[in-house]
Ligand binder design. Structure first.
Ligand code: ATP
Length: 275
């Protein structure tokens, strides 16, 4: 009996989830590729490094170009079917080859996908309660928890909505909430898949202003070229993806020209095919 109690305590200590404290990570993909079980290629073999010095890195590309797959591999959501993904910080190293390490990577690099909130948020009486619940699960002390929520609600313009239920929020507010939640997890890098998807120009600008001034490095995917070009958002690196591979890696202005060429060439093929 005693032994069982001890074993269960030991196992809960092993699995104790805590808020991230890792910073300054380097993410390295070495010939990492992903093929889905149905044979679809999500990402061709790709070698790329994301250094801690980069503030904001954008991935742009047409539908199916491989942006979400690349983000899933970076954030430990998926394991490459070829090659490797490695995250290093100070003297520590994680790879996506073990489930346990993928879970740890997911805490270091939380992935925000458009306006998808965790399922637990739907049942909470308010968005304040929802965040409190998540931070309590990570054993964050009460004073720190309340200060964190106040800070992220202020950053993402949600303070006046703290007592609202998730179901009462509009699309812009939902996007803000997903980002506020990820920020509350203290990510080393915030990984965001289409953080302004489905929003009008004004809401997109509001969300982008908050995201790119929240103080965290961001790696994000978007179709919004105006957002990538906007100097206010301090985007220092842009990867253009096409046919599930990186076809350009550089500054925003040149990347947008490259992407326009990709669009023109694909558009010509579609129009030619239709005529
Ligand atoms: N669950 C899946 N099963 C099979 N194939 C998939 C799956 N998810 C994505 N794919 C395929 O992998 C390729 C890359 O998709 P991915 O979603 O990474 O592209 P994307 O650039 O994010 O596209 P979008 O802009 O439309 O979100 C596409 O050909 C897609 O059809």
């Amino acid at each position: 009996m005693h032994r069982m109690v001890r074993m269960s305590m030991f196992s809960s200590m092993l699995h104790r989830r805590e808020r991230n404290s890792v910073t300054d990570v380097t993410i390295h993909l070495d010939q990492a590729a992903l093929r889905f079980p149905n044979g679809n290629v999500g990402l061709q073999p790709t070698t790329v490094t994301f250094e801690p010095a980069a503030r904001h890195t954008a991935l742009i590309g047409l539908n199916g170009a491989g942006k979400s797959t690349l983000l899933d591999l970076i954030a430990g959501k998926m394991q490459p079917t070829e090659g490797s993904v490695q995250v290093t910080a100070q003297d520590k190293k994680w790879t996506t080859s073990s489930k346990r390490q993928r879970n740890e990577i997911a805490q270091i690099l939380p992935l925000v996908r458009a306006e998808q909130v965790p399922a637990s948020f739907e049942h909470a009486d308010s968005i304040q309660d929802a965040l409190e619940h998540e931070l309590k699960r990570l054993h964050v002390p009460t004073t720190e928890m309340l200060a964190t929520i106040q800070q992220v609600f202020s950053l993402f313009d949600l303070t006046h909505l703290a007592r609202m239920r998730v179901a009462a929020l509009d699309a812009e507010q939902l996007h803000m909430l997903t980002l506020a939640y990820a920020c509350a997890m203290n990510p080393a890098v915030l990984v965001a898949d289409e953080p302004t998807r489905g929003l009008d120009e004004i809401s997109s600008a509001h969300v982008a202003q908050a995201l790119f001034h929240c103080g965290k490095p961001v790696i994000f995917a978007t179709h919004d070229i105006d957002l990538v070009r906007n100097a206010d958002y301090l985007i220092d690196r842009v990867l253009v993806l096409d046919d599930q591979r990186i076809v350009f890696d550089g500054d925003p202005a040149t990347a947008c020209e490259h992407y326009s060429d990709v669009i023109r060439s694909k558009y010509a093929k579609v129009m030619h095919g239709l005529s």
